[in-house]
Design a protein around this ligand. Structure first.
Ligand code: FAD
Length: 404
């Protein structure tokens, strides 16, 4: 075959699962793995959890370099950024030269958004990379008065790490309730109580208009309501944008709202051999009536990385990405878990009905279960995930939860 080679672009979770799945499926041909970061592929969830908390944190690497190069026999190119894609010539261009492929997995993930116009001040960070986590950890170690912009999951985990050290923390959220997009309004209120109960100053319905600094270091945050908060460390957690700039002009369809890669249900991106996986993918999820989805969840990136690689290598046997969204987040020693989608006709807080102090709510979609959120029930959530996957009737989920 001309140019027989699997190329995986993006050296993180979806990318590593893609190369592993290729070898597991028996593919013995050449694999090139490009990653823009100099670091060996590492896992991101610990960066806002154990990495900020532990006295001597370990870098959460997926694999050793020897394993990748020798056991998986991969042409590993770290510190190499893809700059363009030419699907008609089947070429990926990068700052380290061009590479041809017969199968390609695009897994360049997402990059953190910042606040436009806030300028460059020391002590102001987003949290996406190991380098970001190191800088935030140094600020916390120094006892920083901490302000988090955006009450999403990552910002909330950083707030939790700061409170664990007894530091003063303010979390600012522009919307009236945190986490509306992820879990819906009612459950956003429930999660917000964890902040209040643990001494975090959560302020909703406020926007940051400016950051103040002295000698190039942040000193305070100015709000649109006229308020001002002292700060030595500001963490901006207002979301991400798919890292797809390098695909401009490739002919791939990029989503009009966020620039993600638009795929079919098998994660094919519209050209022979070109598949995508992880945080940058829009695809119609067959388990949810073909609804367009783009997820920013670990489990989805892992599953899709493996699937995209298998489908790219055997397109005639391609299978759809039919997944029930799942994510978790750790706040103040509690684990929040969510499966399914927050769009619901009814949300029932069943733990109130059963008198259990560990929170559990079920989301009804039509006459079946469409989602579940729980706090500190780590073993149950996957049972609900399986129920959602098989479109179990609402009554079955209620009965499993112990209510009639
Ligand atoms: P990414 O992890 O973004 O990796 C993409 C890689 O591609 C990056 O290494 C990037 O440098 C590289 N790249 C980008 N552009 C190029 C280019 N042009 N050329 C070459 N390489 C490029 N999810 C959960 O479900 N639960 C959690 O508790 C949770 N916690 C999280 C905590 C943090 C701090 C973060 C940042 C994320 C968390 N997530 C969590 C989300 C989860 O980590 C992501 O869904 C997952 O990392 C997505 O994997 P990915 O491979 O699609 O993308």
């Amino acid at each position: 075959m001309k140019n027989e080679r699997l190329v995986v672009v993006g050296g993180s979770l979806a990318g590593i699962r893609a190369v592993e799945a290729a070898r597991k499926s028996g593919y013995a041909g050449p694999i090139t793995f490009l990653g823009a970061e100099e670091h060996l592929p590492y896992d991101r969830p610990p960066l806002s959890k154990a990495y900020l908390d532990d006295a001597e944190p370990l870098v959460p690497r997926f694999r050793t370099e020897r394993h990748l190069r020798d056991e998986l026999d991969i042409d590993l190119r770290l510190g190499t950024r893809a700059t363009a894609l030419d699907p008609s010539e089947k070429l990926v261009h990068s700052d380290g030269g061009e590479v041809g492929y017969h199968a390609l997995v695009i897994a360049t993930g997402a990059a953190a958004l910042s606040i436009p116009g806030v300028g460059e001040l020391a002590g102001v960070h987003t949290l996406r990379t190991l380098d970001d986590a190191e800088a935030i950890r140094a600020g916390l170690d120094a006892g920083a008065r901490t302000v988090i912009v955006g009450a999403g999951f990552i910002g909330s985990e950083v707030a939790s790490a700061a409170r664990k050290r007894g530091l003063p923390v303010t979390v600012l959220e522009a919307l009236p309730v945190p986490l509306v997009r992820s879990v819906g309004e009612d459950m956003g209120h429930t999660c917000a109580t964890l902040h209040h109960d643990n001494g975090t100053d959560l302020r909703c319905g406020v926007k940051v208009t400016a950051l103040e600094g002295t000698d190039g270091h942040v000193t305070g945050v100015v709000l649109d309501n006229g308020g001002r908060i002292d700060a030595d460390l500001v963490v901006i957690g207002i979301g991400v944008r798919p890292a797809t700039e390098w695909l401009a002009g490739s002919g791939l369809r990029l989503h009009e709202s966020d620039g993600g890669v638009v795929c079919d249900s098998t994660l094919n991106a519209g050209f022979a051999g070109v598949y995508a996986a992880g945080d940058l993918v829009h695809w119609p999820n067959p388990l949810f009536d073909g609804d367009d989805m783009r997820l920013e969840h670990w489990t989805n990136a892992a599953e899709q990385g493996a699937l995209a690689s298998r489908n790219a290598l055997a397109p005639d046997e391609a299978t759809p990405s039919a997944t029930v969204p799942y994510f978790w987040s750790d706040w103040y020693g509690s684990r929040i878990q969510f499966v399914g989608v927050p769009k619901a006709d009814e949300i029932r807080v069943v733990s109130e009905e059963t008198g259990d102090d560990r929170f559990l709510a079920l989301y009804r979609r039509g006459d079946h279960i469409g989602g579940t959120i729980c706090i500190d029930r780590p073993t149950q959530i996957m049972k609900y995930r399986r129920m959602i996957a098989k479109r179990a009737p609402w009554e079955e989920a209620l009965a499993f939860a112990g209510v009639a």
